[in-house]
Design a protein around this ligand. Structure first.
Ligand code: GLN
Ligand code: ZN
Length: 768
């Protein structure tokens, strides 16, 4: 039985990559330091897996920003607007790469970044490949081969990981009309063949092709593309062993297709779709090995060895142990790095910690499982099994987890708790009377720059180097300056700036019962951005008000309206590691009730506009359409429970980023937020069409500039976007705001951009 790993976290156990990237971007460190930091992380990861006893160790799972962007560069899918960067001769390949990821403003060049979107149903974001009708591909970057050779020089023979050609095309987007990107497969395949030629010259044995689209609903031409691609690869490289990986869902109706492809092994996710094991074993032909994804790559709980071993046993009984691999369910980039770095104590109690495993521990679990599944497990492995069983027992009965009051309140939720007092048209009038806002009201999404200074105050406070009073005074000063800046800029609805928050979910989790935290449990979100998801381990409740202090303080400083800022129940759920001992829908309802109480407390404190952010609604959608209705029902219900406890006059906003709305617009409308702000600028307002076609009745703030890039947009760009918006949405429904929160930006560009934005709104008002 081989042990297999699909990918290891590349941020470094102490976020070394983030630090190195940001140093380089800000000009504080030369490119050599960045390159060196990357090499050190790769070397560490390989050595660690080798030492643990992993047989199939991945390479090319490292990335300086994103693995999809890596592949775009590899196959030369470089949009034309970046050719100027190539010609601007001071640049290296890495600068071109970062220009595609983040935009480029240098010398006379001003080039926008590529679009970014969620990676399946995770909170990881990838850079969307852009395709033209006459798209050509050529081997541009040799990263796959270089990293394979790099490991080989360390004496470690790896299994290069690449996104398979069909999934790569499907991940991208057509940038002009008149073709489907899957038709590019014949142009693309030769580059893959070239890569495989180079790898086989280096005596590669296994290559992992990630084809996660095999778990999605597929069109006929997409199925044909799979047959074509893997058939061609087999013809050219009859002896090369391809491991075809699928994850995040079951193969379902694509099982026959997947099992028919001429590859050496197939990987399946048995966490998301345990029920597929029987069918897969039934369908699998004799030449195919099966990689069992049984250690959860998407959560932090210890594996249930007894359960996993039963699955392994079933598979071995049918296939024999030579054809069975043991593996995590998906790449471990979705797990934090190393539980050993968490100290026992204040942050994470030993009782809870014993229930958990991070990437490094999961790799060990894979190896232990292999040993335990063998005929004569060592004493050490048996001890591991005993430890594993006792942790599972203690978790089942722990009084830390269960709260009767919470369970009763959830059971008592009634229909009326999900409805505002009046319908939207009535509320609109009531709100306008109180709020008295102009047409095209301007606002922001909530956060203002979290400067190094702001973050250092929090660190010092947490270390006891600042008293609470000192810390609060600093945050108050920052908040006041931000209020003054917004007043001076002429923004209509102000925000307090969220300086007191480390993260939009962690901040709430820290104040809710049922959550625990890690000190170093970081997971990559996009580029150098990492998040440290809270861990929901027990029943959730709100012991005290969470945000009233800061919202009230900000409101006390100004006569303009200050918007209260909350994170919604679905997003809190989605962006946390969740309990796996009860359904997510139930946990979500518990959170919704806690947020509802907070909304009421804000209203009581005189806050008239309250935003409940739900950027994660869409990413929670099951990957197969058949699962959507059920999910949307409980997700929308949770939002409504959180938002419906207020008077008509109180205006509820929600915010979503990077969501496409076409197929869920009815449910977005069902959420019945008075105002929704959405990401729109990178997609040139395309996202608004869904709202227009639906005759969406409530108000909408389509983002007019991209906050993920430091680039300052000119007022004219925003005016043009607003005209586009106006062409499809009635003027009286439109708000003007950036795409998302500004916490990752610097003050300098933020000030300039918001001034331009306010000017744009003013010009629009003149034109009415
Ligand atoms: N209010 C949050 C902020 O501005 C929203 C962030 C988000 O949607 N991801 O930071
Ligand atoms: Zn957002």
């Amino acid at each position: 039985m081989l042990t297999n790993n699909l990918g290891y976290p590349r941020i470094g156990s102490n976020r070394e990559l983030k630090k190195a990237c940001e140093q380089y971007w800000s000009g504080k460190a030369p490119i050599e330091s960045l390159v060196q930091a990357g090499a050190a992380i790769r070397a560490n990861n390989w050595a660690l897996q080798k030492k643990a006893g992993v047989d199939l160790i991945p390479s090319n799972d490292f990335s300086f920003y994103d693995q999809v962007l890596d592949l775009s560069l590899t196959v030369g899918a470089i949009p034309k607007r970046y050719h100027a960067v190539i010609l601007n001769n001071a640049n290296t390949e890495l600068d071109l790469y970062f220009a595609m990821a983040r935009g480029y403003q240098k010398d006379d060049l001003d080039i926008t970044a590529m679009e970014m979107t969620k990676w399946f149903d995770t909170n990881y974001h990838y850079i969307v490949p852009e395709f033209q009708r006459d798209q050509t591909f050529k081997l541009f970057s040799t990263k796959v081969i270089d990293e394979y050779n790099e490991a080989k020089r360390m004496g470690i023979k790896t299994k290069p990981v690449v996104i398979g050609p069909v999934s790569y095309l499907l991940l991208g987007k057509e940038k002009e009309e008149g073709f489907h990107r899957i038709s590019l497969i014949r142009n693309l395949l030769p580059v893959y063949l070239e890569i495989l030629t180079a790898l086989t010259e280096q005596h590669v044995e296994w290559v992992q092709f990630d084809e996660p689209f095999l778990v999605l609903d597929l069109e006929p031409q997409e199925r044909e593309a799979y047959i074509y691609v893997y058939g061609e690869i087999k013809k050219r490289f009859p002896r090369l062993k391809i491991l075809l990986t699928t994850y995040f869902e079951g193969l379902k109706d694509n099982l026959e297709l997947a099992a028919s492809l001429p590859v050496a092994a197939l990987h399946i996710d048995l966490l998301r779709a345990p029920e597929q094991l029987e069918d897969v074993l039934e369908a699998i032909p004799d030449h195919l090995s099966l990689s069992l994804g049984i250690v959860d790559g998407r959560n932090i709980w210890k594996n249930d060895f007894d359960h996993s071993l039963a699955q392994v046993k079933t598979a071995v009984a049918r296939l024999g142990d030579k054809r069975v691999f043991i593996s995590p369910s998906c790449s471990l980039i979705h797990s934090p790095c190393d539980l050993d770095l968490e100290s026992n104590g204040e942050v994470l109690s030993p009782e809870i910690k014993q229930w958990m495993a991070f990437a490094k521990q999961k790799v060990d679990e894979v190896v232990h499982l292999r040993e335990l599944a063998g005929t004569e497990p060592s004493a050490a492995a048996l001890a591991k099994a005993a430890e594993n069983r006792s942790a599972a027992e203690s978790r089942k009965v722990s009084p830390l987890i269960h709260d009767e009051l919470v369970k009763q309140r959830v059971a008592g939720v009634r229909r009326k708790d999900e409805h505002r007092a009046s319908v939207y048209p009535v509320r609109k009038v009531a709100q306008q009377e109180v709020l008295n806002l102009p047409l095209f009201p301007t606002t922001t999404i909530g956060s203002f720059p979290q400067t190094a200074a702001v973050r250092s105050w929090r660190t010092k406070y947490k270390k006891g180097l600042l008293s609470l009073a000192e810390y609060d005074a600093l945050i108050e000063k920052e908040t006041e300056e931000t209020i003054r800046f917004q007043e001076e800029t002429g923004i209509d609805v102000l925000v307090h700036g969220e300086f007191e928050r480390n993260d939009m979910v962690e901040y709430f989790g820290e104040q809710l019962a049922g959550f625990v935290f890690t000190t170093n449990g970081w997971v990559q979100s996009y580029g150098s951005r990492c998040v440290k998801p809270p861990i929901i381990f027990g029943d959730v409740s709100r012991p005290a008000a969470m945000t009233v202090r800061w919202s009230s303080y900000a409101q006390s400083l100004t006569h303009k309206w200050v918007k209260g800022m909350l994170t919604g129940p679905v997003t809190i759920l989605q962006w946390s590691f969740v309990r796996n001992d009860q359904p997510g829908a139930l946990t979500c309802k518990q959170i919704a009730l806690a947020i509802r109480d907070e909304v009421s407390d804000l209203e009581k404190a005189g806050i008239r506009i309250i935003q409940i952010d739900e950027p994660a609604i869409r990413e929670g959608l099951p990957l197969r359409k058949s699962g959507w209705p059920q999910y949307l029902e409980w997700a929308v219900q949770a939002f409504r429970i959180s938002a419906s406890g207020v008077a008509d006059e109180t205006q509820i906003h929600t915010h979503m980023c990077y969501a496409e709305f076409n197929d869920i617009i009815k449910h977005i409308a069902d959420m019945d937020a008075d105002v929704i702000t959405i990401e729109c600028s990178r997609s040139q307002m395309e996202l608004l069409d869904a709202f227009a076609d639906f005759n969406y009745p409530n108000e909408i703030g389509p983002g007019v500039y991209d906050i993920h890039s430091p680039r300052v947009p000119a007022k004219e760009e925003m005016i043009a976007l607003l005209h586009k918006a106006r062409a499809v949405i009635p003027t009286a429904q439109l708000w003007v705001n950036p795409d998302c929160g500004l916490k990752t930006r610097h003050w300098d560009e933020t000030k300039k951009a918001l001034l331009e934005m306010v000017e744009a709104a003013k010009e629009l008002r003149l034109s009415v």
